[in-house]
Design a protein around this ligand. Structure first.
Ligand code: BGC
Length: 244
């Protein structure tokens, strides 16, 4: 059985675990610590290292990050400290952990997991993964190939940055019922559908555990299905990416 370590840095929590690369199953406990606030470079590196150490893992690591990541370098920092802009996440984390690191955007990681081993397995055409968490992440696949860093949580819809009104964190912050939040999701999904005409939507993020509460409220042409790995998609995708 081949295994790898997936680390998922989020705006609220830093999660990780050892993943079976054949099935995407977690072979260790899912370790989670709160993201330090402010989420500075030093603070996030410390917490990320604590997550890895807690499992006893000492080999290469895949890391999902909540911003644009190109060639290991951070290109945006909406839900994490601005200090991260332009930082080489891969080399900083590799130095901290003493093992090689490969990194990618968190929604892209989640999408990778779902396309390879989860809800999107074997699906051709245009697949759009949206993650609803502290922000909104997006991952676009065309015949199984990722178009990275699409950043559709920052679309302008009823104001700048749709994620600030439509993420799972926004629902909590504003005390919205699932019906009220569902109306916002409906507007967002319709907008994304008008732009990309996906053949399938996959919905991830922590809230996807409660998919039955809000997915029935979204009606678009394409099917909308929950992520198979739910809140663990990012961990699984980061692990898969570490051996790519
Ligand atoms: C970031 C994305 C990220 C998403 C989910 C957004 O604010 O810009 O890169 O994928 O949050 O974490």
């Amino acid at each position: 059985m081949s295994t790898a370590f997936g680390l998922d840095i989020g705006g609220t929590g830093i999660k990780g675990g050892i993943v079976d690369l054949g099935t995407g199953e977690l072979l260790s406990e899912r370790v989670r610590f709160d993201t330090p606030q402010p989420a500075t470079v030093a603070g996030v590196l410390d917490t990320a290292a604590a997550v890895v150490t807690a499992t006893g893992w000492e080999a290469p690591v895949g890391c999902a990050f909540p911003g644009i990541v190109k060639g290991g370098v951070v290109g945006s920092a909406a839900n994490i400290d601005d200090e991260w802009l332009g930082e080489n996440l891969e080399s900083r984390l590799a130095e901290r952990l003493g093992v090689p690191v490969r990194s990618l955007n968190d929604a892209d990681a989640a999408g990778l997991a779902e396309m390879r081993l989860g809800a999107g397995r074997g699906r051709a055409g245009v697949v759009m993964m949206l993650t609803l968490g502290t922000g909104i992440g997006s991952a676009l696949f065309i015949d199984g190939r990722l178009v990275p860093n699409t950043e559709l949580g920052h679309l302008e819809l009823d104001g700048p940055n749709v994620e600030s009104r439509t993420s799972a964190a926004a629902r909590k912050r504003e005390g919205l019922s699932y019906e009220e939040w569902g109306a916002r999701l409906q507007r967002y999904f319709s907008h994304v559908e008008a732009l990309f005409s996906p053949d399938l939507f996959i919905v991830g993020g922590g809230i996807s555990r409660k998919a039955d509460r809000f997915l029935p409220l979204i009606s678009v042409r394409a099917p909308v299905i929950p992520a198979h790995f739910r809140q663990n998609s990012g961990i699984v995708g980061a692990a898969l990416h570490s051996v790519e």
